[in-house]
Ligand binder design. Structure first.
Ligand code: SF4
Length: 295
């Protein structure tokens, strides 16, 4: 009897488990590198169009027209949206029933980046932080893996430019600063950044966790489509309030003055320690690039 149960469970497990070849992962990452760098998402295009209407500054309006034209040229001619094609940040949701075969999982992602940046004529920006010697092929990718249920792999690839990454910050506050202190920190970071991160921005905010968790959820929040509010009404309200305050700063598109300094603000939270409120602000420039695939 127990043997039958054992065989039954084994069969079920066999039906659930899936093999995914490393070459498939590499070719998918290669495609995502090229698409992310040349085809802006519909949500971003739509945010530009709405901002073109909402912006009051004539210079700001002209900037939005140019951003739209730039996106069209990049898509139609298959050329990079920006000369800074970023470091390849890769978020992976790895189904726990997936078995990667035919090669090493991390190396498959690096190989995809290597091929994508070469074949897409995308700038290789990755280098040794001390010697400043260029790696030559934009590897290694920055890989974040989360194990999830199921037998699929979801890959989300976001080339991250460093004009905006350089303006990002993490801080750990005593709990007494409260939500008002968090808001003040976020708004001051955007104000301090001024024109440097190539506005209009998407501001990713991570609140809670630990030092590194706050930064990670701030970055992951940037992958959410523009205009989509957090499902928790408290967080959604905070996002809307921050967006309104940031758009009162007057920095404007490309930092030349205007109403639209940010296209959106995304906040993610995570439980934290009783003694702290970690806050990370990850700033994304107007070149808000990311693409995803499910294997
Ligand atoms: S911050 Fe963004 S828009 Fe500015 S140069 Fe870098 S990738 Fe391009």
């Amino acid at each position: 009897m127990s043997g039958l149960i054992h065989r039954g469970v084994g069969k079920e497990a066999m039906m659930r488990d899936r093999e995914i070849h490393a070459d498939k992962i590499a070719s998918t990452v290669k495609r995502l590198c090229i698409e992310a760098n040349t085809i802006l998402g519909e949500d971003v295009i739509s945010a530009y169009e709405k901002s073109l209407e909402a912006e009051e500054s004539p210079v700001g309006k002209e900037n939005f027209r140019q951003l739209l034209e730039n996106a069209t040229i990049a898509r139609e001619e298959g050329i990079a949206l920006c000369q800074d094609t970023g470091l390849a940040v890769v978020f992976v949701e790895m189904g726990q029933d997936v078995h990667v075969v035919g090669g090493d999982f991390n190396e498959a992602i690096h190989e995809g980046v290597r091929q994508g940046y070469k074949e897409g004529y995308l700038r290789a920006s990755s280098l040794d932080p001390l010697t400043r010697k260029n790696m030559g092929d934009n590897t290694p990718a920055i890989i974040h893996v989360e194990m999830v249920k199921g037998n699929r792999i979801k890959i989300r690839l976001a080339p991250k430019g460093f004009g905006s990454e350089n303006m990002s910050r993490v801080a750990l506050f005593p709990p007494a600063v409260g939500i008002d202190g968090v808001k003040k920190f976020v708004i001051e970071r955007v104000e301090e950044a001024g024109p440097n991160p190539c506005p209009p921005l998407v501001v990713g905010v991570g609140i809670g966790g630990t030092f590194e968790k706050a930064a990670l959820i701030a970055k992951r929040s940037l992958l959410r489509p523009l205009g989509e509010r957090h499902p928790d009404p408290v967080i959604a309200k905070l996002e809307a309030e921050l967006l309104e305050e940031i758009n009162k700063l007057g920095i404007g598109p490309l930092g030349l003055g205007g109403r639209i300094t940010a296209l959106d603000v995304h906040v993610e939270t995570y439980p934290t320690h009783i003694a702290s409120i970690p806050v990370a602000v990850n700033i994304q420039c107007h070149c808000d690039r990311h693409k995803e695939a499910v294997l």
